[in-house]
Design a binder for this molecule. Structure first.
Ligand code: NAP
Length: 282
């Protein structure tokens, strides 16, 4: 792995998506992607990655990969994308190589825990991405640890920017981010399921119903992002007095759907905080 400067540790769904995103941007940011390797212990996941990205260097062991780097101690950038239970072991294996910068997307593991495991004064950035990263339409929030500078945050933005948008928040807000955008895709998938069921109940075929529901969600999302109007104005524009949309929205309001969504996000935020207070995962 001559010259590897960026190690993605964990080549599962999210690590693989990040590697893919960086490869696809490699012409623009060859500084990052040209010298990247992924460490992944699972043979199946390694084969999948290599089949998908033939140019990608995929290795099976953190110590071997970091040690094989010819850039020397203190020059290795690390992206950690393992499950919470594997986080401490991966950090301990990386610590002897004194990473230059460290970005973790692991849910529920704080920067102070990571700093303790990876070693003194390594700049750590913690991120909460979401699954639309798999189709490069994610949104991630990043928060700096104690030693992370503005340029470390910019580096983290350049990595996560390969799979979507990035916003900066203080670490205390990561649970709120988890409740909103981390868990958010599941809320939208639930809406999609309900819309498909409704279309079928109204007599449409499953295929047509899926097509209509999925494109409606995609199109509405694009309007929110691409038009200057906010959701209230967009909603008003499609709701004529006494019309069909007004009749539908009235039912949603009677059933307190808006309030249920607020409660869902707050419940997910609280659960994220609760999980973060549990003993450190090992
Ligand atoms: N998916 C999401 O929506 C989402 C959103 C935000 C944050 N996250 C966080 O992102 C992290 C990764 O999630 P994921 O969905 O990508 O999980 P995943 O598909 O299970 O990928 C994790 C990969 O890391 C490998 N691994 C375990 N120990 C390792 C080690 N010491 N060194 C290198 N690789 C190791 C695992 O291999 P084995 O299978 O052999 O153990 C697995 O292939 C999680 O911490 C999750 O909380 C996920």
């Amino acid at each position: 792995m001559a010259g590897a400067r960026l190690l993605i540790v964990g080549g599962g769904r999210m690590g693989g998506a990040l590697a893919g995103g960086l490869i696809s941007l490699s012409s623009k940011i060859s500084d990052i992607a040209g010298t990247m390797a992924v460490v992944e212990p699972s043979e199946r996941a390694r084969s999948l990655l290599m089949a998908r990205h033939p140019r990608l260097v995929v290795l099976d062991d953190v110590a071997a990969a970091a040690g094989a780097s010819d850039v020397g101690k203190g020059s290795l950038d690390v992206v950690l994308a393992v499950k919470p239970k594997d986080t401490k072991a991966a950090c301990v294996a990386l610590a002897p190589f004194a990473p230059r910068r460290f970005l973790s997307i692991v849910a529920g593991v704080t920067t102070s825990l990571l700093e303790g495991w990876i070693g003194a004064s390594v700049p750590v950035v913690r991120a909460m991405p979401n699954t639309p990263a798999l189709v490069r339409s994610g949104i991630s929030a990043i928060a700096p640890g104690r030693y992370a500078s503005d340029s470390d945050l910019s580096w983290a933005e350049s990595i996560l920017g390969a799979v979507g948008e990035v916003v900066r928040v203080p670490e205390g807000m990561i649970d709120a981010v988890t409740g909103l955008s981390g868990s958010g895709p599941a809320y939208v998938f639930l809406l999609a399921q309900a819309m498909v069921d409704a279309g079928i109940a109204a007599g449409l075929s499953r295929d047509v119903s899926c097509n209509l529901a999925f494109h409606t969600i995609n199109g509405a999302g694009r309007m929110l992002l691409e038009l200057p109007d906010g959701p209230e104005k967009l909603r008003d524009d499609v709701t004529s007095p006494g019309g069909t949309t007004a009749a539908g929205l009235r039912v949603l309001e009677l059933r307190s759907v808006r309030s249920a969504i607020v409660e869902a996000v707050l419940a997910a935020r609280d659960r994220s905080a609760e999980l973060g207070r549990e003993p450190a995962p090992e």
